[in-house]
Design a protein around this ligand. Structure first.
Ligand code: BES
Ligand code: ZN
Length: 469
């Protein structure tokens, strides 16, 4: 491999010089309450989009926050120094999850703070790692190139979504309408994790998702549980019974046809994963658990990376206020999500969930199913020139090889960018397992921020040396 380190040492020095500035800019980004799922924060979300667009303009990009029926899409473009070099599209999201439960945060979720942790300083705030901190890893790499050289090694396009955490409803129509504007040779995504703080990783498998809200309707109105209890169906009991039936005693999902198309784990991939030395006891211990639970015959890594699942994410109905109220509720609801793997068709899974509930529910009940989004699983080619080139750049930065890993999470945009724009993605993320993604006290290690910026600088330089096709 060519020694690229010296070719961009000017950029690396600039990253070091301006690192405090990078942290400060991330802090400003994190103050904006871009909670996409909550209409009360629509204005904050729009303000955050404008903030991101302005950051890009400040670096010489042509950038705008484009209106959609939902939250704005930030779109930007910058010409590259070399017309023969590839065009790289960077995808990230500026929206965040709600901070709830707010009482479990040690500091206010939207008042970022840098504190000392076991790996040195870390920034704590909602969105620190998912995904504002990771968006800043490529933004600050662009800044360092601009400041040292006045130009970027490749033509760069950026799309920052504001609805990733709420099912990406506006993304597909936006991509359809902007095919030309967003055309590129490769898409770079930083919204995943590293293997550990010293070991970079390229994620090659993402799970897909089907998210539904199921409501069981029973009696025509709420009932006194003394007058009717024991003689009528109780929708909460019924929903709980049905949720209990979703898994058999081997931990397999019982929706009809759920596993259709799911191939057994490839021997070579299994051997590679076994070689990673995954510490299952540590993985469970870090979250206060010992046993683990899931599909029989698979370890925790396989259960999360390559096996499909169904989890209840919320359940509600009846009286949930203080004290007691003796009532049989007229209806009960649950939010359920299935993580999907290669071979599963999201639409067929949605239909099989419907069939499961409709065929098993009590005769006096009616099931209503509302879909909150479907997206397929993703497998990234492991032999592409992009991956080889990114891997070399990561080795330069970390002094050790990047591992090829899977992840249990989903990024719907990766499927859409592949299907609609015809662009493959490369998933290089800088999060850690203990970053409290979607949870109280979400954080991003400043070491990960720094190495993320350095990695993007190295990867951008390496892509600049490739031909476009
Ligand atoms: N960044 C995450 C995906 C992720 C999580 C990747 C953990 C690797 C490790 C992303 O922002 C996310 O949370 N996605 C949602 C998608 C859903 C709302 C369709 C998810 O996975 O739950
Ligand atoms: Zn994310």
């Amino acid at each position: 491999m060519a020694d690229t380190t010296t070719s961009y040492s000017d950029v690396m020095e600039q990253i070091e010089r301006d690192f405090d500035g990078s942290v400060e800019r991330l802090g400003e980004f994190l103050k904006l309450k871009s909670i996409s799922t909550d209409p009360a924060h629509d204005e904050d979300t729009a303000r955050c989009a404008e903030f991101a667009a302005q950051m890009l303009r400040d670096m010489g990009f042509e950038a705008e926050a484009v209106q959609t029926p939902g939250h704005p899409m930030v779109v930007a473009e910058h010409p590259g120094a070399n017309p023969d070099a590839p065009c790289v599209l960077y995808y990230g999201h500026y929206d965040v999850q709600p901070a709830d439960p707010v009482e479990l945060w040690d500091h206010e979720a939207f008042d970022p703070i840098v504190i000392e942790g076991e790996h040195g300083p870390r920034i704590v705030a909602r969105g620190a790692v998912d995904d504002k901190g990771q968006v800043m890893t490529f933004m600050e790499a662009f800044r360092a190139f601009k400041e040292t050289r006045g130009e970027l090694p490749c033509r760069v396009k950026v799309i920052l979504e504001g609805e990733e955490e709420s099912g990406s409803p506006s993304l597909d129509p936006f991509l359809e309408a902007n095919r030309e504007r967003l055309s590129a040779d490769i898409c770079m995504v930083s919204d995943t994790g590293m293997w550990d703080i010293e070991t970079p990783a390229i994620t090659t498998m993402l799970r897909g998702m089907v998210y539904v809200e199921v409501t069981v309707h029973g009696p025509s109105s709420d009932l006194h549980s003394g007058m009717y209890g024991g003689a009528v169906v109780n929708p909460i009991n019924e929903l709980a019974r049905l949720i209990g039936m979703i898994h058999d005693d081997r931990g397999r999902v019982t929706f009809p046809g759920f596993y259709d198309g799911v191939a057994p784990l490839d021997h070579e991939v299994k051997a590679q994963w076994d070689g990673l030395g995954f510490d299952e006891t540590g993985f469970l211990g870090a979250i206060g658990l010992k046993e683990g639970k899931g599909e029989a015959g698979y370890n925790a890594l396989e259960r999360t990376w390559c096996r499909p699942t169904c989890d209840a994410n919320g359940i509600f109905g009846g009286y949930t206020g203080k004290g007691a109220k003796t009532v049989i509720a007229a209806h009960a609801s649950a939010k359920l999500s299935c993580r999907l793997v290669a071979g599963q068709d999201p639409q067929s899974v949605l239909e099989s969930i419907r069939e499961f509930f409709e065929s098993n529910v009590h005769a006096d009940c009616r099931v209503e199913l509302e879909s909150h989004g479907c997206n397929p699983s993703i497998a990234v080619p492991t032999d592409s020139k992009w991956l080889v080139s990114a891997r070399g750049a990561l080795t330069d930065v970390f002094g050790r090889d990047a591992l090829l890993i899977g992840t249990g999470g989903s990024i719907p945009a990766v499927g859409s960018i592949g299907e609609i724009l015809g662009i493959d993605s490369l998933l290089v993320g800088f999060g850690l397992d203990d970053d409290n993604v979607h949870a109280p006290n979400e954080k991003f290690e400043l070491t990960c921020l720094r190495n993320g910026i350095r990695s993007h600088a190295a990867m951008l330089e390496a892509f600049g040396a490739l031909s476009a096709h």
